[in-house]
Design a protein around this ligand. Structure first.
Ligand code: UDP
Ligand code: MG
Length: 344
């Protein structure tokens, strides 16, 4: 049962922004979001999720909340990563439409107007498609392009090309996605997976004004791998193709070598070097598939363990609202910890 008071106060729009070391840019981000949201003329909230920032971000966020109570803050106990921060923001959002946007001003808040216009037309998911990406290295552009194409080819869901997490989701979509509690999350895939009416609007991605990217190659690879394993069994199926190819090779190669030996009278493919090369090649193929299997097993383990997706240290702006749906599950209650008798 929903509490009628918090229902009555629920805003039309929830803007959700993950924050990791963005202290410098946050005031401008807030100003621009506010300008756009106020021009829409309906109640809104801005949910900032502090993903374990090491700079003054939390201080700035608390200041913004003090000045404008429509700014609400979720403070993680540590860095849980971008996709988890977005998930928490969606858990806490109460709007009829939820907008996911980066807090580093690379996603221009003004685009929210276009997203909202499409939502008003009746679309339940409106994703922002990148036109051009100034100021990004050719390496990032190339890997991003490659990544979106590969995902497109091998996954079972249609994940639109050149989109990030910048998007608007209707309440129904938000409910569907927040009900999926899988641990290795690829949110743009999950929002595609749930279906409903989806469309895109084009926008120009801006240059990062402050700070630097928090997505090093390592995190990009993790995200890409989450996308692949979360939405495709292709890497597992790959083993059977390799098995067929090797089988075919052995069936063909053995008679060919035999015939050549008889015809030429020479001892072709003789000796250790050949044997060692073949063993090494097969060994590497086998280890590759161990790795692939292991990746899926690790993900099963992640789910079976059933840990919460994130731990919240503090919230600002939820004091008198009644607890949001998942608040109790994920909140590390100080009082709980004190009351629990020491183990052992
Ligand atoms: N971010 C986060 N946790 C992280 C890394 C990034 O919440 O561990 C946030 C960051 O503050 C930004 C957004 O996620 O709002 C996108 O990150 P970033 O700009 O570093 O990625 P890029 O745009 O370079 O892909
Ligand atoms: Mg960025």
């Amino acid at each position: 049962m929903q509490k009628p008071t918090s229902q009555a106060r629920a805003p039309t729009y929830s803007v959700v922004a993950p924050v990791y070391n963005e202290a410098e840019g946050l005031p401008e981000f807030y100003q621009r979001v506010r300008a756009v949201m106020e021009s829409l003329g309906e109640p809104w909230e801005l949910i900032l999720v502090n993903d374990g920032s090491r700079d003054r971000s939390l201080e700035v966020m608390r200041q913004l909340h003090a000045e404008d109570p429509r700014v609400r803050v979720i403070d993680f106990a540590r860095n849980f990563g971008h996709q988890i921060a977005v998930t928490a923001g969606m858990d806490y959002a109460r709007g009829d439409a939820v907008i996911i946007i980066d807090s580093d001003l690379q996603d221009p808040p003004e685009t929210i107007r276009d997203l909202v216009a499409k939502w008003r037309e009746g679309y339940e998911v409106v994703y922002a498609v990148r036109n051009k990406r100034p100021g990004e290295t050719w390496f990032k552009l190339f890997t991003a392009k490659l990544f979106y194409r590969i995902i497109y080819l091998i996954t079972d869901v249609h994940i639109p090309l050149d989109t990030g997490d910048f998007r608007l989701m209707d309440r129904r979509v938000v409910n569907a996605v927040t009900n999926m509690r899988e641990h290795n999350r690829f949110i743009r895939g999950m929002t595609s997976w749930v279906g409903f009416r989806q469309t895109g609007v084009y926008y120009d991605r801006d240059v990062r004004k402050y700070g630097s990217t928090n997505y090093p190659l390592r995190k990009m690879l993790k995200l890409a791998w989450d996308a692949v394993t979360g939405f495709s069994f292709f890497p597992l199926r790959l083993a059977i193709y390799v098995a067929f190819a090797l089988f075919l090779l052995s069936v063909l190669a053995i008679p060919v070598v035999a015939i050549l030996r008889l015809a030429t009278g020479e001892q072709l493919f003789e000796g250790q070097a050949t044997a060692i090369s073949v063993v090494l090649l097969l060994g590497s193929a086998q280890f590759f598939f161990f790795f692939v299997l292991g990746q899926y097993v690790a993900r099963i383990y992640d789910e079976v363990r059933g840990r919460p997706l994130y731990i919240v240290a503090d919230t600002f702006g939820y004091e008198d609202e009644g607890e949001p749906q998942r608040h109790r599950v994920v909140m590390a209650e100080k009082s709980d910890r004190e009351e629990t008798p020491a183990q052992g």
